[in-house]
Design a protein around this ligand. Structure first.
Ligand SMILES: CC(C)(COP(=O)(O)OP(=O)(O)OC[C@H]1O[C@@H](n2cnc3c(N)ncnc32)[C@H](O)[C@@H]1OP(=O)(O)O)[C@@H](O)C(=O)NCCC(=O)NCCS
Length: 179
């Protein structure tokens, strides 16, 4: 069974492990191979210690009790967006072997429930080439917006914003209530 809970600083290593493994599977062929091969989960974990504790940010982890000694199989991290009332999801990752089982939807739903009292809208930016994640956001009613260019590992890569202008409505839809 999968359960979602708020992350604590001690989850930093598990979160970094999920992030690195998911980047390496989801971004193969998008990010340069040398960049993916050199990701250092110890350094990434150090950054997560700060992010989890950061005021105004929210990190949730999904644990699967069938996953043995490494139960964290996914996580989501959000904080304030650019505009008034806007929240931004900065990272949402589910390990490849646990995808398409509703974990991403569960994480996003519980995050939205937490954010809805203080935020009116949501934005998530995703690589243009990341077709599966775009399908996930489109399925959840995200409205495609602006595209901006990033430089990752010496390569220029475009990312596109998906907007939900009514966060409480998204939250209700993810909770199973009538949208
Ligand atoms: C994108 C991601 C977070 C989705 O999480 P998930 O747990 O796999 O998705 P869910 O099982 O909750 O999917 C919910 C619905 O979204 C849609 N969806 C999800 N993945 C999809 C895919 N690969 N292709 C098409 N539709 C998809 C489906 O409609 C799905 O419902 P269904 O399985 O009943 O048809 C996850 O696949 C992931 O971590 N991918 C790699 C990393 C990544 O790209 N993260 C996002 C970066 S912004």
């Amino acid at each position: 069974m999968v359960a979602v809970r708020p992350a604590v600083p001690d989850d930093a290593a598990a979160i970094a492990r999920v992030q690195v493994a998911t980047w390496q599977s989801a971004y193969a062929g998008i990010f340069p191979a040398a960049y993916l091969d050199n990701l250092n989960d110890i350094r990434i974990a150090a950054g997560w210690g700060d992010s989890i504790a950061r005021k105004g940010h929210r990190t949730l982890v999904a644990e699967d009790d069938a996953a043995g000694r490494a139960p964290v199989v996914g996580f989501v991290h959000a904080g304030p967006g650019d505009g008034e009332g806007e929240a931004e999801v900065f990272t949402l990752y589910v390990l490849r072997d646990h995808q398409r089982r509703g974990v991403g939807r569960l994480l996003l739903g519980l995050l939205c429930r937490d954010l809805a009292p203080d935020h009116s809208r949501l934005v998530i930016r995703v690589l243009v080439e990341n077709a599966p994640a775009r399908a996930f956001y489109e399925r959840l009613g995200g409205v495609a917006g602006d595209v901006r260019r990033l430089r990752v590992g010496g390569r220029e890569i475009d990312e596109i914003a998906y907007h939900w202008p009514d966060l409480p409505r998204l939250s209700a839809a993810l909770a199973g209530a009538a949208p």
